[in-house]
Design a protein around this ligand. Structure first.
Ligand SMILES: Nc1ncnc2c1ncn2[C@@H]1O[C@H](COP(=O)(O)OP(=O)(O)OP(=O)(O)O)[C@@H](O)[C@H]1O
Length: 812
């Protein structure tokens, strides 16, 4: 890395300068230039130091020696070199670069010096090509061939930036070049302005391409190719000062604009690498051509010229600031060696030799052979051109096929996306459906949306009934809600769809998936077909899953319907069983009544009884005890039933006990009949007995009623149990359905993620395609430039042949 070498040169005051404007306020001390006030006090802010500062008395020889010589010598050794003059109009740029008869400028001195240097290098042979161009009103013109106007800049992988169609003369000595320069100067645009009678209206670039190789003729020996640019810029100008109008004004605008862009490039380059963003080389032809010289592979020096007059003080300050910024630019120059194509130099050298020989002692036969040889060569080049054309066509065709393939894939993916979106819609429907069911109020919203799926309605079921069945809580009715919510996550789907459709490049790629780079198109197409097949498989899987999910959903809805019906039935049954719940209470009351009546009867009978130890009394007391205990048992049983502690076989026990009691009572009644028959009782006793009989028959009737009611209760209980079992079965079925649905949801989710991966792969594929397309473009570009160079070579050979033919009329 080395800094650009920057020097400042102060022109002597012109004879036209008025005494007040003519006195120089610039003082040069060594490599420093400062602006002084009239009383010899330097203005602190206007003092600048550079690599070299040349005062008014300096000569071009000095400038060349100190500033340019090293760069010229380095160019001979294989380094790119650039020297250019910058400054306001009439500040002495052309004087410095071109010079005068008595004091030649940098260009002439460089040309001579190059050949002197070459003479000193005995172990290498050199080939020098020169070109001379100008940039006039932002158009490139060839100064060595006036017909070459408005040339275009191109970029080549090997050649870098170059001007297509620019004439390059192979030269063998300095004088030949100087003659070419003189003829080029004649084609250059000059014009008269108020500031300069001979003002350069264009930027000129004199270019020498120096190729060299060792004389050992070793084909592996590297060829060194360096480019030396000697640039005379047009000067910046203030229209007010130059008084330019019309053509001059237009020229002035172009000049100022391109110099401003050069200033921008210098500004950017002078910033630290961190601050540097984009360097606007492409904004002007000048900066584009000088790109390698500015921050690239070249040794560069800039000579900034200033006019000493006070009248030009502001412009001079501007030039010095430009120079200060340029001083900060670093370049990285290196010897340009070409290890391949070693024959080029030799071939051209031989060609020159052969042509020279033919010129010296030419005869028709030799020329004919030469023409034949050149024709063969032309044919060869034409064939090469054809081959390249076909290759290019092939590449284009392949590219088209790939584009078609990508389009088809894109279409398939769009379809797939639609499919997934539909599936998503269905799932959202299910989600809505489930969220409705999850509503803690148990409200039925079926009427809110006409196209909503059938909603299970629990409104009809009694609240108490639902509460009592704790294992039938609505919240755990279906596990589908949460899991389905994950799958239908809107972001995921939006990303998935948008990511693919909207912008392929913004997608992130699956890091786990790595693919080998396939340089040719065919494997890529195979890969695409595989991806396509994969996508098709996935599509059919998704379809299957969607169908499966739909059928499960239908089943589920059916189950929900059945559930609802059962719930309704159960609710009805519950209503029906409500009066049955009253039975134990009524029975209990009846038993209590019976007990009271029985006690009254016993008390009455006791009072009527003559002897307490008589068999009748003993029987009566025994029966009384049995009946009391039976009635107490009945009371206990009924109160247990009322407290909800009944057991499945208690009804049966109760029924048997009642039956036994009734039998016992009946047998008591028979015994009393016998007693009545055997003992002639009194009238009062008979009345009492009648009363007792009627009481007993009432009890018997009551018992029969109770027995019937008990049977009914048992039957309804059985039906209730059966219904409960059915409900249990339904619940189990529903659970298995739920499990299946969640399984299907998981599978759907897995498929979706697989699809996402496939999409990512496809995007990687598309990106690779893009890169390949880019490569193909570059190849096309390379082919095109190769074709052009072949054409220019062809033209060159043709012109040589024409030259030969004209110089040797004998051959015609
Ligand atoms: N160092 C110098 N010694 C003697 N004369 C000079 C010197 N520098 C410039 N001049 C003279 O000053 C005049 C203007 O110089 P020149 O044409 O080189 O300026 P310029 O910067 O190239 O202007 P423009 O940008 O308009 O082409 C010319 O007559 C030239 O001979």
């Amino acid at each position: 890395m080395e800094k650009i070498c920057v020097a400042v040169r102060v022109r002597p005051p012109t004879p036209e300068s008025s005494p007040e404007n003519g006195s120089s306020l610039w003082k040069v001390e060594d490599n420093r230039i400062s602006l002084y006030k009239s009383l010899d006090t330097p203005i602190s802010t206007s003092s600048y130091a550079f690599d070299h500062v040349f005062d008014e008395s300096s000569t071009n020889a000095e400038v060349y020696e100190l500033l340019t010589k090293d760069i010229i010598h380095a160019a001979v050794e294989g380094f790119n070199g650039t020297a250019f003059a910058y400054g306001q109009t009439s500040s002495g740029k052309t004087f410095t670069m071109t010079g005068s008869e008595t004091d030649p400028g940098i260009i002439r001195r460089s040309v001579r010096d190059v050949f002197e240097k070459i003479q000193m290098i005995s172990d290498r042979e050199f080939l020098i090509r020169v070109s001379y161009m100008e940039i006039y009103n932002e158009e490139i013109n060839d100064l060595l061939a006036v017909e070459n106007q408005r040339l275009q800049i191109h970029e080549h992988l090997e050649r870098g930036v170059f001007v297509a169609g620019l004439k390059e003369e192979i030269v063998s000595d300095a004088e030949q070049i100087l003659k070419l320069i003189d003829s080029g100067e004649g084609n250059r645009h000059f014009g008269e302005t108020n500031m300069n009678v001979h003002s350069s209206r264009s930027h000129t670039i004199f270019r020498m391409v120096i190729e060299s190789r060792g004389k050992e003729n070793n084909s592996s020996d590297a060829i060194r190719v360096s480019v030396l640019n000697l640039v005379d810029l047009a000067g910046s100008e203030r229209i007010a000062k130059t008084g330019a109008g019309g053509v001059r004004l237009t020229e002035g605008k172009y000049i100022n604009k391109s110099l401003m862009i050069l200033g921008n490039v210098i500004n950017k380059l002078s910033e630290s690498a961190k601050l540097r963003a984009h360097i606007p080389y492409r904004d002007s032809k000048l900066t584009r051509i000088l790109q390698p010289a500015l921050g690239g592979n070249a040794k560069t020096c800039i000579i900034c010229t200033i006019a000493p007059e006070e009248y030009h003080i502001e412009e001079s300050k501007g030039t010095l600031q430009f120079a200060s910024r340029a001083k900060r630019i670093t370049n990285c120059a290196q010897v340009n060696e070409i290890l391949t194509d070693a024959a080029l130099l030799k071939r051209q050298k031989l060609e020159i030799e052969e042509l020279r020989m033919k010129l010296e002692g030419s005869h028709a036969e030799v020329l004919e052979q030469e023409i034949l040889k050149l024709s063969n060569q032309m044919l060869k080049y034409e064939l090469e051109c054809e081959r390249l054309k076909t290759q290019l066509e092939d590449e284009r065709r392949k590219q088209k096929e790939q584009e078609q393939c990508i389009k088809e894939q894109q279409l398939k993916i769009d379809n797939l996306n639609n499919l997934v979106t539909n599936s998503d819609f269905k799932r959202n429907q299910s989600e809505d459906f489930i969220s409705l069911r999850k509503n803690p109020n148990g409200l039925c919203n079926a009427n809110e949306s006409s196209d909503a799926p059938v909603t299970p309605c629990f409104k009809s079921a009694s609240h108490s009934f639902v509460v009592a069945r704790s294992n039938y809580a609505l919240s755990d009715f279906s596990p589908m809600v949460d899991s389905l919510g994950d799958v239908a996550d809107e972001d995921t789907w939006t990303k998935l769809n948008k990511g693919f459709v909207a912008d392929l490049d913004k997608l992130q790629y699956t890091p786990a998936i790595k693919r080998q780079i396939t340089p040719v198109a065919m494997p890529t197409m195979d890969c695409s077909r595989e991806s396509y097949k994969e996508v098709e498989d996935l599509k059919s899987q998704i379809e299957l899953l969607t169908n499966e999910k739909d059928s499960l959903q239908v089943k589920f809805n059916e189950q929900v319907d059945t559930n609802n019906k059962l719930m309704e039935e159960m609710s009805k049954l519950k209503q029906e069983t409500l009066p049955m719940k009253e039975i134990p209470k009524r029975l209990s009351d009846s038993v209590a009544n019976c007990k009271n009546v029985f006690s009254d009867v016993i008390v009455t009978m006791k009072s009527l009884m003559a002897g307490k130890d008589s068999p009748t009394a003993t029987l009566l007391f025994g029966t009384t005890e049995i009946t009391r205990s039976l009635l107490s048992t009945l009371e206990t049983q009924f109160s247990m039933i009322m407290d909800g502690q009944e057991e499945s076989d208690q009804w049966e026990t109760l029924r048997v006990s009642l039956k036994n009691t009734a039998t016992s009572l009946l047998s008591d009644a028979q015994a009393r009949d016998e007693f009545h028959n055997s003992h002639n009782k009194g009238l009062e006793t008979a009345v009492m007995e009648e009363k007792l009989k009627s009481e007993l028959s009432t009890i018997k009737e009551r018992y029969n009623e109770l027995e019937k009611e008990l049977c009914l209760a048992k039957a309804s209980r059985e039906s209730h149990e059966r219904l409960e079992k059915e409900v249990e079965l339904l619940k189990e079925e529903r659970d298995s359905l739920d499990a299946e649905i969640s399984k299907a949801t998981r599978r759907l989710r897995a498929t979706a993620s697989e699809k996402e991966n496939v999409l990512k792969d496809l995007n990687v594929e598309v990106k690779r395609r893009k890169e390949m397309e880019e490569e193909i473009k570059q190849i096309s570009f390379a082919f095109a430039s190769r074709q052009r160079s072949l054409v220019s070579f062809h033209n060159e050979i043709k012109s040589k042949m024409q030259k030969l033919t004209t110089q040797n009329p004998k051959s015609q």
